[in-house]
Design a protein around this ligand. Structure first.
Ligand code: CP
Length: 318
């Protein structure tokens, strides 16, 4: 695998391989010395044009735990503020010869564009409303640890599907793993024609008790340029996942950051059903597996055949 731009690039076997490799990184993450030398001598550039807590910190930790050198670039405080374009910024930073670029931007399709400007492996860390593939992978990893095989699992994705790159990546990933996906929200926040992705659509939570997993989405104020719902209070009255709507047997997920009291009540966020902090923990090991995959994959393709060859992580841990 040269790049990770979209979950569409992966089949079930590849998703399982990444999850299994991530699991091999879980034990060093629990040790006093958390590093393995898998990517020693490699440089990972984290290029973030949009706010991030979870994704940015976990990619940085992931690269460091693989012993890569890490350069963190955030648009604010950079020459982007003086008008430098995405292309010129990438070409400038590419002069440092990164082996991988992890990129988050508010622009759909930007990760693919960047892949055309550099030989580095590109990992899409969220491009506008398009995709967030590593979020989907860490969610599959987390769920497999909670419930086992996802084949036949009923997963409801609830909330602002329209503005959500997580929804798009997760619908694809959960279905590739054999789950049945339903999306639910106000009609204004469900994209027209989303049934073509193979998911069911609901506009009420009446059938939510059927779900094994409830995946709530954040209300994405920053991507809303008009009033899509009457008020957040009315949204919460109809769609909030709270202790009256969440059954004890159901697993609750959310990509974060959570708007407490809007899409989730504070009580369910802190409940044992919530896998939200497990998702954050999974972010590090899954992103270690993705960085390992794209860098090793690129060398197999001969793109950077002068780079040092790492032993497999499994061998390094043996
Ligand atoms: N889930 C997610 O992408 O969170 P951040 O925006 O904090 O990275």
């Amino acid at each position: 695998m040269k790049h990770l731009l979209s979950i569409e690039d992966l089949d079930r076997v590849a998703i399982e391989r990444i999850c299994e490799r991530a699991a091999t990184f879980a034990s060093p993450s629990d040790r006093e010395i958390k590093k393995v030398p898998a990517l020693r001598g490699h440089t990972v550039l984290n290029l973030f044009y949009e706010a991030s807590t979870r994704t940015r910190s976990s990619f940085e930790l992931a690269a460091k735990r693989l012993s890569a050198d890490v350069v963190n670039f955030v648009a604010s405080g950079s020459s982007v503020e003086k008008g430098e374009s995405l292309k010129d910024t990438v070409l400038t930073l590419n002069a440092h010869r990164p082996d991988a670029i992890v990129i988050r931007t508010p622009w759909a399709g930007s990760a693919e564009l960047v892949a055309g400007w550099t030989d580095a492996a590109i990992v899409n860390a969220g491009d506008g409303k398009h995709e967030h593939p590593t979020q989907a992978l860490l969610d599959v990893y987390t769920l497999r640890r909670r419930v086992g095989d996802l084949a036949g699992a009923k997963i409801w994705i609830v909330g602002d599907v329209l503005h959500s790159r997580v929804a798009r990546s997760n619908i694809l990933a959960f279905q590739k793993m054999g789950a049945e996906v339903t999306v639910c929200g106000p009609p204004t926040l469900i994209p027209r024609g989303i049934e073509a992705m193979g998911c069911e659509v609901r506009y009420t939570l009446d059938d939510l008790p059927d779900a094994d997993v409830v995946y709530a989405l954040r209300m994405q104020h920053e991507r809303m340029d008009q009033a899509w719902i009457p008020t957040l209070r009315e949204y919460a009255a109809v769609y909030q996942i709270n202790d009256k709507r969440l059954l004890p047997r159901q697993v609750l997920m959310h990509p974060g950051p959570v708007n407490r009291g809007v899409e989730l009540s504070g009580g369910v966020v802190d409940s044992p059903q919530a896998a939200i902090l497990e998702q954050v923990q999974a972010g590090v090991v899954v992103r270690m597996a993705v960085l390992y995959e794209v860098l090793a994959g690129a060398r197999v393709g001969g793109v950077r055949d002068t780079a040092p060859q790492p032993a497999t992580p499994e061998a390094q841990l043996a």
